[in-house]
Design a protein around this ligand. Structure first.
Ligand code: AMP
Length: 283
């Protein structure tokens, strides 16, 4: 069932008293990565809600909010095939109120701690994680799920959401699901749609760098700078590297040496499309 209003979702949730409800928050343009979250939710829960909402307050002024792919009809079809109970696709007015100025002058925001935000994607995407936490907490309050499903693809986001849930005593269990990749190694992303055929090939640089770091770690290299330096052999003028970091996967803290709790994270522009990827070094 496709619902657009908070009231309708609340009413359905009331009917589902006593059942295990799962929420999969998305921005739509669903691909196999999203579907893996939905499948996990179906396995874990009695009822599954997928939200499809391109959240204006998590995009910076120079980012791709307007051109972000919107494919609700197809998304709804895919969700129906997966047995999703509710696709919740609100408008920005429904979520934030008609006429509401979307700024932290006038709107209550959830602001995750600076330590988690002032690195990786948060460094260049000012306010992004405030927007993410705000909308996710709103979705939690609207859908009141028992479980919520997030992808490791957005590793910093998953850590920050878990921290928000812990710090604010939100009664939701966060389940993190592994990254789904194309056979080529390219992590699935709605933004891959912006790439040309040539760009998709160039975009393999992210997973190649991460795989190489992992195999160097497995061979015994634990010096973080040495591991990061192995990336340079893969980069050329078609790749605009934004960051490459190796951190603790749970806390995003810097480490003296890489270990089995390390995660390598990369952001790189290809054809001016900002792509992110990451890989656990242990396991
Ligand atoms: P988005 O629609 O980009 O906001 O993503 C919605 C959810 O799907 C987030 O929790 C993402 O981490 C997750 N996701 C996106 N791409 C992938 C992928 N390739 N594999 C697994 N999860 C993903």
């Amino acid at each position: 069932m496709l619902l657009h209003t908070i009231k309708e979702v609340r009413e359905k949730r009331q009917e589902w008293k006593g059942l295990k409800v799962g929420l999969v928050p998305t921005m739509g343009a669903l691909h196999a990565g999203h579907l893996s979250l939905i499948k996990k939710a179906k396995e874990t829960c009695d009822k599954v809600i997928v939200s499809v909402f391109v959240n204006p307050i998590q995009f910076g002024p120079a980012e791709d909010f307007d051109k972000y792919p919107r494919t609700l009809e197809k998304d709804y079809e895919l969700c129906t095939k997966e047995g999703v109970d509710i696709v919740f696709a609100p408008s920005p007015n429904e979520m934030y109120g008609a006429g509401q100025k979307l700024s932290n002058d006038t709107l209550t925001y959830v602001c995750p701690p600076f330590f988690y935000v002032n690195k990786l994607c948060g460094k260049t995407r000012t306010g992004h994680f405030d927007g993410v936490c705000t909308v996710v907490l709103k979705l939690f309050n609207i859908a009141q799920p028992d479980f919520a499903f997030f992808g490791q693809k957005d590793a910093q986001q998953a850590v920050i959401i878990k921290k928000m849930v812990k710090d604010l005593n939100v009664p939701v269990e966060v389940i993190q699901c592994p990254i789904v990749r194309e056979e080529s190694g390219l992590a699935l992303s709605s933004r891959n749609k912006y790439l040309t055929e040539e760009g998709r090939k160039e975009a393999l640089v992210l997973s190649k760098i991460l795989n190489n770091i992992k195999s160097c770690y497995k061979k015994g290299i634990t010096d973080i700078d040495a591991l990061k330096e192995t990336a340079y052999g893969f980069l050329n003028e078609k790749h605009d590297l934004e960051y490459l970091e190796i951190l603790n996967k749970n806390t995003l803290e810097e480490q003296e040496k890489a270990d089995d709790d390390s995660i390598a994270l990369i952001a790189c522009r290809v054809e001016n499309v900002r792509l992110i990827d990451n890989m656990y070094l242990g396991g």
